[in-house]
Design a protein around this ligand. Sequence first.
Ligand SMILES: [Ca+2]
Ligand SMILES: [Ca+2]
Length: 284
Amino acid sequence: MIKKILIASILGSSLFVLAQSVPKAVLLEVGADTATVVATLEGKKWQPTTDSMPESAKPLFTQKNAIKLFTDVGLVGTASLEGQFAEGRCGSEAKITTNTKLSRQIYALVAPWNITPRKVQRLPLNNAAYTKVMAAELAARGIKAPVQMTQILKVDLDGDKSDEIILVAQRPAMTANFELVDSGYALKAHDYALTIVRKLTPSGVKTFVLREASIKTDFDSKKYSEGNGEPPYRFAQWVNGIADFDGDGKMEVLVNSILWEGYGFEVNQWNGKSFAKLFEWGCA
Ligand SMILES: [Ca+2]
Ligand SMILES: [Ca+2]
């Protein structure tokens, strides 16, 4: 069978085109009853989709409960596709049905592998040791603001039998359900958002930065209302998904962030030495 496909593809256009045309997995952004296609895994590369749902990806959705819903704590349920994909606000949209109660926008993978091979644990935010770690990170950046931890997650991302610790802190803070407080505008000097991973390496436990932002001065509302200057920043960050995006048994980290009036995410992957960006997506 494989031989036949190979011959057909050589006789046809090319092997490369064949590999590109059949996605291995699809990433969806999921709301209460709608899913939007945001990226497809083509060969070994995740490609953010622009507008239309790739025809070749449709067979991936035919099975009931093919859509695997995940959050910062890994797999939380499944969903099934209902009806056809049509153009939506941020990409191809379709109706879905699920028994899982969704209280915010989350993400889902349609992929044949186990997307969360290891458990993720949410730790209490008042952890003294991790508050100290975060305080040191803020101090190292000259950020004079208190630690406002919004997430502490414990998970063995890469399966080396040692847990990584993911810490997210920010001011303004976010609610436990990742809603913006006071619209999330960074107005005060030293407002910040910082997402880091603590990981055991051959040279000890090290800190890796997934995302960071801060402002040095107060927002000048007078200047802005007079028509000068930039609007205030919004740089809220939250880890909204931990899952294995490519089926290699190692889990990646999806970090959402607010960008001006829009929002987006980056998927970060441990490459053996550091966390690198696998791909990103955004919608205004
Ligand atoms: Ca590990
Ligand atoms: Ca992986």
